[in-house]
Design a protein around this ligand. Structure first.
Ligand SMILES: [Cu+2]
Length: 124
């Protein structure tokens, strides 16, 4: 009797497994297209200090220094604000939807620690 119940369960598990594989592939594809651009934070600076990107690109800041930093736009974080990024951690991706030059600084260390994201029209 037990095996009668087991068969539908196994079939369902199989199906779920297959669907997961398809979902993974799909997700992998879109991720590859919108791969975030990396900015590294080292001691008291951003590398690169000036980053050229295109509309629709995302940027992730990774903190390789030993203290907490942020990347906060100079308009008090209205355009973007990563919040605190702890040592060895990365920010959430910040997506840039508008053209322009976005100056930013570190909320912890002030404008002595600053960078620029230059957003150009989307690539054709
Ligand atoms: Cu800082």
């Amino acid at each position: 009797m037990k095996s009668m119940y087991l068969i539908p369960v196994l079939c369902t598990l199989n199906l779920v497994g297959i669907l997961c594989i398809f979902a993974d592939q799909k997700e992998g594809d879109t991720k590859a297209k919108t791969k975030p651009i990396a900015v590294t934070i080292e001691s008291l600076g951003y590398d690169p200090k000036k980053l050229d990107i295109h509309v629709g690109d995302s940027v992730v800041w990774t903190n390789k220094s030993r203290t907490t930093h942020s990347a906060t736009s100079d308009d008090d974080g209205k355009a973007f604000d990563t919040g605190d990024i702890k040592p060895d951690k990365s920010s959430e991706p910040e997506k840039f939807e508008k053209e322009g030059e976005f100056k930013y600084h570190c909320n912890v260390h002030g404008k002595a620690m600053s960078g620029i994201i230059s957003v150009m029209p989307a690539e054709k």
